[in-house]
Design a protein around this ligand. Structure first.
Ligand code: FNR
Length: 381
């Protein structure tokens, strides 16, 4: 298949990756209602077609947190990307750099910060969860700052992990899998030789790079969920943000806000930005889609901090809809994860090109020539 759109990359990733990995990327929590809503609610929004408005020049350029960007899109933090393709975080960061957009490295990436900076030649945004061991958090923040990471994305919607049935069925969720599951995994790996050679043979080490130094048990996929359950701190409150602020002097973006009251708290705590997000439908099933949660939050705090959003973005048309509803930028999640799993760096590069072309087209046909001017007038009932 010659991939033409993001969903083609989903299909290519499904073919190339072992089931356990594809399901980890693709799945959501519980009955996956929010995961579906994230996509369906975008589909239900109508763009307003306008004509004869001189769209010979359309600018997608913008600036977020003092960083110029070729378009208002960043690659969302995605755990374990180095299992989808060899040293996957470095490959994705390279694609992002070439496209002029930021890459955000997850706390639970396979490649650590130094490897991404060395391999891509640019410091990524860094995503952090609240870990019980504050001393180690401080070390991570110092490392990120020392390497020049421009933005801290602090994810707050995972004080407890959502139940992901697909991960339970594949054995990823449950810690040490039974022998039958291990044999099944080996056979599944052998049935995907492209992935096997690229990742299992040539892509090691498979440890959570940012965590491995201080937390030796944070190794490999089998330990992923048990480690998350033991070490993520469910006692976190808004007060802990003061602690983060004391240890990070750059912009802080709080990821996982879905309610206007929480958005106001974020303003009070001095956050520079928020990501309106339900973690890609992977946490509390049944909550609002990102795109439905966005407008009241934009009305409440849009003038006071920078609003980003994610969840369900599968095309450049979706990006334009999010901007029209008050986001200053969006994060792509599964869109880049599927592309990386399917074709590595080339896949991520292509998906970013697709998004850019689709955005350009949507802007031109709604008569908007500057992405920074996008507003609700681009939409219709
Ligand atoms: C995620 N997400 C996520 N978020 C985060 O803050 N830290 C992380 O480590 C991860 N890991 C992760 C893994 C995978 C496989 C997925 C799909 C998602 C959530 C991610 O950053 C983003 O919020 C969603 O992916 C956005 O939804 P879409 O674009 O995937 O629909």
């Amino acid at each position: 298949m010659i991939p033409a759109c993001v969903s083609d990359y989903r299909e290519l990733a499904r073919r190339r990756l072992p089931r356990l990995l594809f399901d980890y990327i693709d799945g959501g929590s519980y009955a996956e209602a929010t995961l579906r809503r994230n996509v369906e609610d975008f589909d239900a929004i109508a763009l307003r077609q306008r004509v004869l408005r001189d769209v010979s020049k359309v600018s997608l350029e913008t600036e977020l947190f003092g960083q110029p960007m070729s378009m208002p899109v960043a690659l969302a933090p995605i755990g374990m990307a180095g299992m989808y393709a060899r040293r996957g975080e470095v490959q994705a960061a390279r694609a992002a750099k070439a496209a002029g957009v930021p890459f955000c490295l997850s706390t639970v990436g396979i490649c650590d910060l130094a490897e991404v900076v060395g391999g891509a030649g640019v410091a990524p945004w860094f995503q952090l969860y609240m870990i019980r061991d504050r001393g180690y958090m401080q070390t991570l923040l110092e490392t990120a700052r020392g390497l020049g990471c421009p933005v801290l994305v602090f994810t707050v919607d995972l004080p407890v992990p959502g139940a992901r049935y697909r991960d339970m069925r594949t054995g990823l969720f449950g810690g040490k899998p039974p022998l039958g599951a291990v044999i099944g995994r080996v056979l599944d790996g052998l049935a995907h030789p492209g992935w096997l050679m690229d990742v299992q043979v040539s892509g090691k080490p498979h440890v959570f790079g940012n965590l491995a130094a201080a937390i030796p048990e944070a190794r490999g996929m089998a330990e992923f969920w048990p480690w998350v359950s033991r070490n993520f701190d469910p006692s976190i409150t808004w007060k802990d943000l003061d602690w983060v602020r004391q240890h990070w002097d750059g912009p802080i973006v709080i990821k996982g806000v879905l309610d206007p009251d929480d958005a106001r708290e974020a303003v009070r705590c001095g956050a520079d930005g928020i990501v309106v997000s339900n973690h890609g439908g992977r946490q509390l099933d049944g909550v609002l889609s990102g795109v439905r949660a966005l407008p009241p939050i934009a009305d409440a705090v849009g003038d006071e901090l920078t609003i980003l959003m994610d969840g369900g973005i599968r095309s450049g048309l979706d990006v334009v809809k999010a901007l029209a509803l008050g986001a200053k930028g969006v994060l792509l999640g599964r869109a880049w994860a599927w592309a990386l799993g399917a074709r590595g760096e080339a896949g991520v590069t292509h998906v970013l090109q697709i998004i850019r072309q689709e955005m350009h087209m949507a802007m031109a046909l709604t008569g908007c020539t500057d992405v920074r001017q996008a507003g609700r007038e681009l939409l219709t009932a």
